[in-house]
Each structure stands twice: as structure tokens, then as C-alpha cells.
Design a protein around this ligand. Sequence first.
Ligand code: SF4
Ligand code: SF4
Length: 100
Amino acid sequence: MTEYQALRRDGTSWTPMFIEHLEAETCIGCGRCYKVCNHDVLALMGKTEDGELVDADDDEVERMIMTIADKGRCVGCEACLLVCGSHSIKMIPAAEAFAA
Ligand code: SF4
Ligand code: SF4
């Protein structure tokens, strides 16, 4: 598998880690990941008693959860992972993401 590296300003390299999965069962909908992501990857949704995903302002919402709206916009910075206290976010390295 080809290794993909990104460059820091000082020319040293690092491996981007892209968001792959967000675990709905453990996410508490706190919004911390959303606040630190500047790339329109995540979307706060509502979940009904029946487990259906609906708009966050829907009357049937029982609890809020974060979802991945557009995985393709992730730049691999890992900021969302670092702020998630419930360990609900799974990342994969760039090489694995590009191979999928
Ligand atoms: S890794 Fe960075 S760009 Fe990707 S979803 Fe998390 S905060 Fe957004
Ligand atoms: S930071 Fe974690 S618990 Fe909070 S909304 Fe994001 S994924 Fe869910």
C-alpha cells in the first residue's frame, strides 16, 4: 500500500488521518467535533425514539447525534478526534482512505 504524507510549513512530513466512522451509539451530540471542523464534513442530526435520523429541529427528536455529512471533504487533521470525549470517531490513514 502506498504511503501518503503531507508537509508542514517547515518541510517535515506527517500522515493525514481521515474520518471514517462516527459511532451513533456512543455519540452524545455535544457538538465539540463540529465546532473544530472547518471543512463542512459533519452535521448535527436528531434521532427519534424509533431510531430514525431526522433534522435537528424536528419535533420528534429524542436526542442529538453527530453524523458524517461529507467524508470526501475531510482534510485529515484529526481535530475532531482529539476533542471527542466519548471516543466515537474512527479515523483511517490516508493510504487506506484513498484505496477504498
Ligand atoms: S479530521 Fe479534521 S477535517 Fe476531518 S472531520 Fe475531523 S476536524 Fe474535520
Ligand atoms: S465530539 Fe464526540 S460525542 Fe461530541 S458530537 Fe462529536 S462525535 Fe459526538
